[in-house]
Design a protein around this ligand. Structure first.
Ligand code: IPM
Ligand code: MN
Length: 353
């Protein structure tokens, strides 16, 4: 089959890791007889440098015309340390999510047995952990208005807003994922304090009957932050609002042993986008040391989304082989072990498809 893939490499290590995922996709295309055509577009700091806009209209067009978007990373230190910057790479990301309607961010967390010892948590705690975080991505405090400052500049405000429609849409998706997995859904909220959380809880209870085969539980976000670290094997599917999901998924990422391994999917109305969870890691840019596996595993999620389940499994298996054979970048080696470069790691995985 033919697929149109938009490539948004972005900043920092983005271009290097996306290039490795493309190698792997090309190997998949050759083996299974698919045709992938790629169109590159600018996003983030590199888009600001070239056009003044972190999410140019042209990039939006390329995304809309694609079957799927493969995204690298955005961010540049020159903006991080300048709170007065009017245009920021992150604005591009948020605008992209909103305008493509990418309302669900799926972040699967699983422990590779051969990497469990790298987690800062005890191996016996993380072993067997395997859950999916479903983060709402286009609502809540990130987008709620009003947002801003009082005239004298001494008071600031954000607004957290959720509509029934937004909550139902993400909960349906989370219930369906739970149904396809181990049939347990944890709704994470702060219903003891905030109104939007109470709406989430009410709607989840109303929907429960439609998914009678799924066990539903509620957990306050502060408790969830603790349980994720103390009992990660407790969870199957977690669903939560935008800001809680942002925080909890960074926390959960330590379970796997390396941030460099974690893929994600953002799916929605107008497009589907796949990206590694890690950032642009500017210190490593151009050095051929960044781990391409999270991006390659994001490409596997993309293949799954395109209905190519067997191909996705093949990519995951090839990544596992690389880990087992020690063909890994420096973030995954122990002292004294030889590290491979970004491109050697990608070559090995592509050759194993
Ligand atoms: C993420 C990131 C973004 C977010 C930033 C870069 C705006 O942290 O994708 O999790 O907060 O959503
Ligand atoms: Mn984040």
């Amino acid at each position: 089959m033919d697929f149109k893939i938009a490539l948004l490499p972005g900043d920092g290590i983005g271009p290097e890791i996306v290039a490795e995922a493309v190698k792997v996709l090309d190997a998949v295309a050759a083996k299974y007889g698919h045709g992938f055509s790629y169109e590159k577009a600018l996003v983030g700091a590199s888009a600001i440098d070239a056009t003044g806009d972190p999410y140019p209209q042209e990039t939006h067009r390329v995304c809309l015309e694609s079957d799927a978007v493969l995204f690298g990373a955005i961010g540049d230190p020159k903006y991080d340390n300048d709170p007065s910057a009017k245009v920021r790479p992150e604005q591009g990301l948020l605008r992209m999510r909103k305008s493509l309607g990418l309302y669900a961010n799926l972040r699967p967390l699983a422990v590779f047995d051969s990497l469990a010892h790298r987690s800062p948590l005890k191996t016996e705690i993380v072993k067997g952990a395997d859950f999916l975080c479903v983060r709402e991505l286009t609502g809540g405090m990130y987008f709620g208005r009003p947002q801003g400052r009082s005239e004298d500049g001494n008071t600031a405000y954000d607004t957290c807003v959720y509509t029934r429609e937004e909550v139902e849409r993400i909960l349906h998706l989370a219930f369906r994922h739970a149904r396809a997995r181990r049939k347990k859904l944890t709704v994470v909220d702060k219903a003891n304090v905030i109104a939007t959380s109470r709406l989430w809880r009410q709607i989840a209870k109303e929907m429960e009957g439609q998914y009678a085969d799924v066990e539903l539980e509620f957990m306050f976000v502060d408790n969830a932050a603790m349980q994720i670290i103390q009992r990660p094997t407790h969870f199957d599917v977690i669903v939560t609002e935008n800001l809680f999901g942002d925080i909890l998924t960074d926390e959960a990422s330590v379970i796997s042993g390396s941030l460099g391994m974690l893929p994600s999917a953002s799916i929605g109305e107008q497009a589907a986008l796949f990206e590694p969870i890690h950032g642009s890691y500017p210190q490593a840019a151009g050095k051929n040391i960044a781990n391409p596996m999270a991006t390659i595993l994001s490409a596997a999620m993309m293949l799954e989304h395109l209905g190519r389940t067997e191909e996705a499994a093949d990519v995951r298996r090839a990544v596992n082989t690389a880990i087992e054979k020690g063909v890994v970048t420096e973030d995954l080696t122990s002292r004294g072990e030889k590290a491979c470069g970004t491109s050697e790691t990608g070559d090995f995985i592509a050759a194993n498809i």
